[in-house]
Design a binder for this molecule. Structure first.
Ligand code: AHR
Length: 525
């Protein structure tokens, strides 16, 4: 059965089609109605995996170097070379899992170059991201130290594109074997006696593109071969992730599911969104008009259809839903900030990015029966980052605040809902104004996260909570005066959450006004 937003998305697509083809159609009524939501507390059954709120850090631009790694001798306060301010800010998000070392970088990374004394590690050329020198100062030990500082699970992406089976097997043995072996002893010689727990291992990344330009059929064979040697050592149950499609590539997921499903725990999906339809002019992160705002919202809402279609294919080959879907790269992708190296993918982050993130996360929550992990790209200074740094300075982005507000959903039970909302119209097209999801946490609190994607008008909401008696409601909201408001090093708090005032309880129903272009999270007790 389709739930609230999925039904709305399908309805939205039909409306878009009709509006598009019917030039003679009547102008839709401009009258706005109160938006109605029913949350079904008694129908909750699936848990929202905390890993849906996961992150991704690649050796790309200033994500790892400067973003995390400053070195022990830096004047920037650090713990064993990893900067304290960034870790502290990200810990506030309860980061459940971190994916590393790429991305495209993963398929040219040779992990043995990143262990041992740092001054003896060979350097390499980072051919994907600007042909810059990679010093290998940040390697396996540093990454797993970072995960321990976060208290999160490690998700490592192995090298299929330019690596060997032996190299991949050795890496897993190096990290996780407790016994007497060449790799385990090498780890000990490098200062780490105890093996680490590594929960997730990706067998390649985007192998249809930067990870080797393979066909699905060829990768399927390679996947089956490589994964054979990704072993569970010393009780470290490692979950294997096959490379899945990038956005729409239903042939890829079909072939991989058909040929590899019994040998994987999850398959990945990547989906990036822009305000234009092409990769050469993706648009500015900060200079845009309502046309581009609308385009991004439309492209973001496509995630509902994309998840649905990929899940339908997975269901065909895995009806018992043993294999999980990991959306292990997602987010907005704009032209790099003027004056920065375009290969470093450094972009600003506005309220528009925050609303897009809110939609994505609501969609993942709604599909939590199959989507068990998602990793926004990327943590620091790259693409839709949580954190931007400038030397010793650090700011958090509007997207960071969405993750902080939504963290209440981690590990909670997803609650189905029915939404009947107005449409947001632009030009001759329209989209649903509201996009939401709800959950109930272990303490019994209900949380509703709701995005008003209309940049021009607030939305009146009436919410019925079926199956529970509402005693109190509080809310927080993220909004700003302009669509492109963003935080800068001079104005770090231009976008930050505030209390959502004016929420009322009337006859057991919740009445709230959601400001235009906003993301709100309501706590219902
Ligand atoms: O996140 C940036 C890049 O986007 C990743 O390296 C790659 O996997 C994707 O194409």
């Amino acid at each position: 059965m389709l739930s609230g937003n999925s039904k709305k998305m399908i309805l939205g697509s039909i409306v878009l089609l009709l509006v598009g083809i019917s030039l003679a159609a009547e102008t839709p009524s401009e009258q706005e109605y109160v938006n109605q939501l029913i949350i079904h507390v008694d129908q909750g059954k699936d848990v929202i995996a905390p890993e849906i709120y996961g992150h991704f850090a690649e050796h790309l631009g200033r994500c790892i170097y400067e973003g995390f790694w400053v070195g022990q001798d830096s004047s920037i306060p650090n713990v064993r070379g990893i900067r304290k301010d960034v870790v502290q800010a990200l810990r506030e998000l309860n980061i459940p899992v971190l994916r590393w070392p790429g991305g495209c970088f993963a398929d040219e990374y040779h992990w043995k170059e990143g262990i041992g004394p740092r001054d003896q590690r060979p350097s390499m050329v980072n051919t994907h991201w600007g042909m810059v020198t990679e010093t290998n100062a940040f390697g396996t030990h540093e990454f797993l130290d970072l995960c321990q500082q976060f208290g999160c699970e490690a998700y490592i992406a192995g090298n299929v594109g330019s690596g060997t089976v032996e190299e991949m097997q050795d890496w897993v043995e190096y990290m996780t074997f407790n016994g007497d072996s060449e790799m385990a002893n090498l780890r000990r010689a490098n200062g780490r006696d105890e093996p680490w727990q590594v929960k997730y291992f990706g067998v390649g990344n985007e192998n249809w593109g930067c990870g080797g330009n393979m066909t699905a059929e060829y990768y399927a064979d390679l996947y089956n071969r490589f994964q054979t040697y990704v072993r569970t050592y010393s009780g470290n149950k490692i979950l294997k992730v096959a490379c899945g499609p990038g956005s729409v590539n239903y042939h890829w997921i079909k072939v991989i599911m058909q040929r590899c499903r019994d040998r994987m725990d999850a398959i990945s999906l990547h989906h990036y969104v822009r305000g234009t339809g092409n990769w050469t002019e993706k648009g500015s992160a900060t200079q845009f008009d309502e046309k581009e705002w609308f385009a991004l919202m439309k492209n973001t809402l496509f995630i509902y259809e994309l998840l649905q279609k990929n899940i339908e294919i997975m269901d065909r080959y895995d009806p018992r839903k043993r294999v999980n879907l990991f959306v292990d790269e997602w987010g907005t992708w704009w032209d790099a900030e003027p004056g920065t190296n375009p290969a470093f993918l450094y972009q600003q982050n506005t309220l528009r990015d925050a609303v897009s993130a809110g939609i994505f996360l609501n969609a993942f929550n709604e599909h939590c029966y199959r989507v068990k992990m998602a990793n926004i790209a990327q943590t620091n200074n790259v693409l839709q980052a949580m954190i931007l740094t400038k030397g010793e300075k650090m700011i958090v982005t509007p997207t960071y605040h969405v993750f902080e507000m939504y963290k209440v959903h981690q590990g909670a039970t997803y609650l189905p809902s029915d939404l009947n909302c107005n449409m947001y119209r632009y030009d001759s097209q329209e989209l649903p104004t509201l996009v939401c999801s709800a959950s109930k946490d272990k303490a019994g609190k209900i949380h509703l996260s709701i995005c008003n994607i209309n940049p021009k008008a607030p939305a009146e909401l009436v919410c019925e909570v079926r199956g529970a008696t509402v005693k109190s409601v509080t809310g927080r909201v993220l909004t700003a005066s302009k669509m492109n408001t963003h935080n800068t090093f001079d104005k770090p708090d231009a976008v930050k959450p505030t209390a959502l005032d004016g929420i009322k309880l009337q006859d057991g129903k919740i009445l709230a006004t959601l400001p235009s272009k906003s993301i709100a999270v309501l706590t219902i007790e």
